[in-house]
Design a protein around this ligand. Structure first.
Ligand code: C2E
Ligand code: CA
Ligand code: CA
Length: 556
């Protein structure tokens, strides 16, 4: 049955007038709803009086107080029939009866004409109200209060039933927003909430009513999908990231995805999520990676990392981190002109752990800030001890992890140290790794020039290992470049390479920089470097890093 047939040639305005005149004569509140989008296209006066202006709102929001179409929604099943719909309307605080009939909207869209035929408690059973309240309650328990998408426990339930019923291969995918805390800090919590709601909308748009997604907590979201190959999963992630980035915020929203391929459906969904999360953690801080697959190896790495983290604090307090010194020699006369402080962890049960096994982890968990300060203090107190015992002190160089530039106030830390030990700043060289110069040159320049004004020598560590060139460090005043071992090794193996290294050294010298070579292992290295204009060499050829008491003997 077609209730209102509006001729096609009517435009929207005249169409509306016709509908108005037809429907406002009636005494009952009426609305017209778009059958597909559920949008309220029209309200007569009576319905505006009763419900308020709801034009453009969605019928399930207004009638059912839901944020998505009801499971038992009558609209899709209406085919030329009339439907009676009894429900409790929160908006009115009353039980109501709607009568629906389907019609064509004047632009050809399928629509539903809804008339509120009965109003009040007494007309329909209180079962409807009870059922409504029960559904609402369940909905509230299942959905996340901010974004209204399924919450963690609902997602687990949904994923379980998907895995129980579905055939094929599934992947559980978790993602979070990089530096979400900074978004909250810089732009305010409500902007942070907007970002989360935006992401929930993207998930809704992408997955529709499948309910295969949810918000786990804070900025962590999850979804489960079936897939044929890994490439498909990545393509979909790329699509999601693109949609997430289409927004009106004036800052970037970067996301990191972790993928767990379900190979054993017996594994509880929460564990699958934990594993996907482990994969997320492996790419945190890596700007070049946006997703990673879970690998069994991660688990053992994480367990190892956890163990190390458990001990680090105690070890620092107990003095298990030892400073080793590796001498640096002037090539022209083989005189020892300095030494680099390198850390060794003398673990009470695991024995000596080399820095590459813990420094990267400490850089991730922030402990590097404390460990480095501890090492710098060791270097300063050693210099003091030498001076006190009448030994001519030789300059020591210490490593500065990149994280200090951002998170520490280096000037005040070093001021405190040189005052406490009453030593000259010229006795300390600060080694900063080359890749730092790619990060944030302005910030780095500010910090470095401050330190240089205080009299510290600055050295670019690992020079040649990455992408930096003398051109890049031209704008940042440093005193020394330290050529990376691999750069030296790989280049001087060929005649052309030798020319490259020689030119690099020449250019550095022309810029008044001192040149140090590290990882000098062979006589060939030494001969080559002696013929170039390189000033200083450090490496196993001369001496390995050694404990203090051994180093002391070199000074006597
Ligand atoms: P790095 O600063 O480039 O230190 C030089 C590394 O090369 C040291 O490794 C040293 O033992 C090694 N080495 C020296 N001469 C030779 C040689 O002739 N051949 C070879 N193959 N290697 C040589 P180590 O002590 O294992 O330190 C590794 C890295 O760990 C250091 O690289 C540095 O980046 C970091 N590190 C060590 N101690 C600290 C510290 O106290 N703080 C920070 N932030 N990083 C540290
Ligand atoms: Ca170094
Ligand atoms: Ca180095």
């Amino acid at each position: 049955m077609r209730f209102v047939e509006i001729k096609e040639e009517l435009n929207k305005e005249s169409g509306m007038r016709v509908i108005d005149s037809l429907l406002n004569v009636g005494l009952l509140p009426c609305i017209i709803i778009d059958k597909d989008t559920h949008e309220i296209l029209y309200q007569n006066r009576k319905s505006i009086e009763l419900l308020g202006d709801k034009l453009g709102k969605l019928c399930y929001e207004v009638i059912c107080s839901k944020d998505k179409p009801c499971d038992n929604c009558v609209l899709p099943n209406m085919t030329g029939n009339v439907a009676i719909y009894d429900c409790y309307m929160e908006l009115l605080g009353k039980n109501v009866r709607w009568m629906f009939s389907d019609i064509s909207w004047f632009d050809g869209r399928d629509a539903v004409f809804a008339k509120l035929v009965e109003l009040g408690e007494e007309n329909i059973t209180s079962d409807a109200k009870w059922k409504y309240l029960k559904d609402m309650d369940q909905d509230r328990r299942d959905s996340d209060s901010l974004t209204h998408i399924p919450n963690r426990s609902k997602f687990y339930k949904n994923a379980e039933s998907i895995l129980l019923e579905g055939n094929g291969d599934y992947a559980v995918i978790l993602f979070d927003i990089d530096r979400f805390k900074s978004i909250n800090d810089i732009h305010g919590m409500s902007k942070g909430d907007d970002v989360l709601m935006h992401i929930a909308r993207v998930l809704k748009d992408s997955f529709g009513l499948d309910d295969n997604y949810g918000r786990m907590h804070s900025d962590l979201f999850a979804y489960i999908i079936s897939y044929n190959n890994k490439g498909e999963i990545i393509k979909q992630i790329e699509k999601l990231r693109k949609k997430i980035n289409q927004n009106e915020f004036d800052f970037d929203i970067n996301t990191s995805f972790g993928i767990y391929l379900v190979n054993d459906r017996q594994v509880p969904v929460n564990l699958m999520c934990d594993r996907a999360m482990m994969a997320v953690k492996t790419i945190k801080g890596d700007v070049l990676k946006f997703c990673a697959f879970y690998d069994e190896q991660y688990r053992s790495d994480m367990l190892k990392a956890n163990e190390i983290e458990k001990d680090m604090q105690e070890s620092l307090e107990r003095g298990d981190f030892k400073m080793y010194l590796q001498p640096k020699f002037r090539l022209s006369d083989s005189k020892m002109v300095g030494a680099e402080a390198l850390c060794r962890w003398m673990h009470p049960t695991k024995g000596m752990i080399p820095p590459l096994d813990f420094i990267p982890l400490f850089e991730k968990n922030g402990f590097i800030l404390r460990l480095d300060e501890y090492m710098w203090e060791q270097a300063c107190s050693t210099l003091r001890r030498w001076i006190d015992s009448g030994i001519e002190p030789i300059p020591l160089s210490v490593n500065i992890s990149r994280y200090h530039i951002k998170y520490n106030d280096l000037e005040s830390v070093f001021t405190r140290l040189i005052n406490k030990y009453n030593i000259s700043s010229s006795l300390l060289t600060l080694e900063l790794t080359e890749s730092l110069f790619l990060d944030n040159p302005e910030e780095l320049n500010r910090v470095m020039s401050g330190l240089q004004r205080m009299g510290f020598k600055l050295e670019v560590d690992d020079f040649g290992a990455g992408f930096s060139s003398l051109n890049m460090i031209r704008n940042i005043t440093v005193d020394t470049i330290k050529m990376d071992k691999d750069f030296l090794d790989s280049e001087i193996a060929s005649e052309k390479g030798k020319i490259v290294v020689n030119h690099t050294i020449d250019m550095a010298k022309d810029l008044n920089l001192q040149v140090v070579a590290e990882g000098v292992e062979t006589k060939e290295h030494v001969d080559f470097l002696k013929n170039s204009r390189c000033d200083v060499a450090q490496g196993y050829y001369f001496a390995k890093p050694m404990p203090l008491d051994e180093f002391d003997k070199l000074l006597q």
